[in-house]
Design a protein around this ligand. Structure first.
Ligand code: UGA
Length: 435
């Protein structure tokens, strides 16, 4: 059993704290947002993340998981302090380290005995050094800083945490290495590795992983765009190349671009880190540009279909979140499509199982919202699909046709087989496949 403090209760901090409590550790989560802390003390999970609620409740009940706004009290007994603070993009897209370094500065004044301070947030190369320096400015006791990037996917965060493919630990201290190894042992019982390295390599591993995955998707998006021009089928090409073990089957699904709080931000931050070191990332820069245009790739297709005039057209929109199983709409392609369609005069009625409240906050009353996926279809001239929620995958096509004015679908996530849609009598336009 270890005593742990987790500073910051965003999706990373909350999942980290809850999962460490689940393996028998004593965890205190610290957040400056007193309203959020009050809600969590009442057993309310502030984010939507599958399975988190069950673990959350169980560990609060068992007195292994608690919450405070008081940093000093929160860290007092902890041997390990995780920093899971936001690193939002600054004006130029570089990761803003103000929150992390601010807490590091405070920690320096508060430390009374040896502690391991762990950077869990995604931070640019060299941050562990900066955190060390900020703490050392005031510290009178020994401490170590470890870089331990997270590889959690929203929607699968609990699963990814409990059964990680690998745990990356960047540290040059043997003492910290041993403490962290004990902490993570229960999570790698299936034989997945804990990989020890220096702090900088650990920090870069996180950015390189996200940038590589973003590149993989973007590469496939370009192949998909080209498939349409030459009459090839991207699904076939995807299976054809994915069966090569060196390429692999995963993360090759084309669509309307990657979104979320991680890929766009981290890819940009890596490019910026490059520039700060006089290096220009040609490939990654191109990935960003292609992804930018991919987000609205369906707009010209829709416009063409309606002979250049979308004004007054009623568009049903399925899916707002940047991906299924989350209510996160940061950099969601749906928002870019909404913007383009509203500007062109279309009337949108949207449905998303979890993200509608968040979108209301952003687009106000420029679009309408429906009770369920079928309600959104009433009198629609076309359906646009932006997120591949499970509930959209096997709909009642007859019901859809009877509700819609026209049987027209623009699918940004390739949910259906072309042959099936032809048989069902839909005009069906997707990504990288012929109509
Ligand atoms: C991503 C990484 O997958 C995690 O490993 C990482 O820890 C996390 O960022 C982070 O840095 O915190 P996440 O952003 O939650 O996780 O979502 P992903 O499942 O990776 O999806 C990202 C985007 O790529 C989504 O918009 C998704 O629709 C898109 N995508 C994914 C595709 O377009 N095609 C694919 O084949 C896969």
């Amino acid at each position: 059993m270890k005593k742990i403090a987790v500073v910051g209760t965003g999706y990373v901090g909350l999942v980290t704290g809850t999962c460490f409590a689940e393996t028998g550790n004593q965890v205190i989560c610290v957040d400056i947002d007193s309203k959020k802390v009050a809600r969590m003390r009442n057993g309310e999970v502030p984010i939507y993340e599958p399975h988190l609620d069950v673990l959350f409740e169980r560990n609060i009940k068992a007195n292994r998981l608690s919450f405070t706004t008081d940093l000093e009290a929160g860290i007092q007994d902890a041997e390990i302090i995780f920093l899971a603070l936001p690193t939002p993009p600054g004006e130029d897209g570089s990761a803003d380290l103000r929150y992390i370094l601010g807490v590091a500065d405070e920690l320096g004044k508060l430390l009374k005995d040896y502690k391991v301070i762990v950077d869990k947030s995604t931070v640019p190369v060299g941050t562990a050094e900066k955190v060390h320096a900020a703490i050392a400015k005031h510290a009178t006791v020994d401490f170590d800083v470890v870089s331990n990037p997270e590889f959690l996917r929203e929607g699968f965060a609990v699963d990814d945490f409990m059964k990680p493919d690998r745990v990356v630990l960047g540290t040059s201290s043997e003492r910290a290495e041993q403490i962290m190894e004990q902490l993570y042992k229960p999570f790698v019982r299936q034989g997945n590795p804990i990989i020890f390295m220096d702090e900088k390599s650990a920090e870069l591993t996180k950015y390189a992983a996200n940038a590589f995955l973003a590149t993989k998707i973007t590469f496939m998006n370009e192949i998909a765009n080209f498939c349409e021009l030459v009459g090839a089928d991207v699904d076939k090409v995807r299976i054809g190349i994915g069966s090569d073990e060196r390429i692999g089957k995963r993360f090759l699904f084309p669509g309307i671009g990657y979104g979320g709080s991680c890929f766009p931000k981290d890819v940009q931050a890596l490019v910026n880190s490059g520039l700060e070191n006089n290096y220009s990332f040609g490939i990654i820069q191109a990935v960003m540009e292609v992804n930018e245009s991919q987000k609205t790739i369906l707009f010209p297709k829709m416009k063409n279909f309606f002979r250049g005039d979308l004004s007054g057209k009623k568009i049903a929109l399925w899916g707002l979140a940047f991906k299924p199983d989350t209510d996160d709409i940061r950099e969601a392609p749906a928002l870019y499509m909404i913007d383009a369609l509203v500007k062109a005069g279309a009337n949108i009625t949207a449905y998303d199982p979890e993200a509608m409240e968040n979108v209301k906050g952003v687009v106000g009353d420029s679009i309408s919202f429906a009770e369920n996926e079928y309600d959104a279809l009433k009198d629609a001239d076309a359906l646009l699909i932006c997120t591949e929620w499970g509930v959209f995958r096997n709909p009642d096509f007859d019901k859809m046709k009877s509700l819609m004015k026209d049987s027209v679908i623009f699918d940004g996530r390739n949910l259906f087989e072309i042959s099936e849609m032809n048989k069902n009598g839909f005009y069906y336009s997707s990504i990288g496949r012929s109509i």
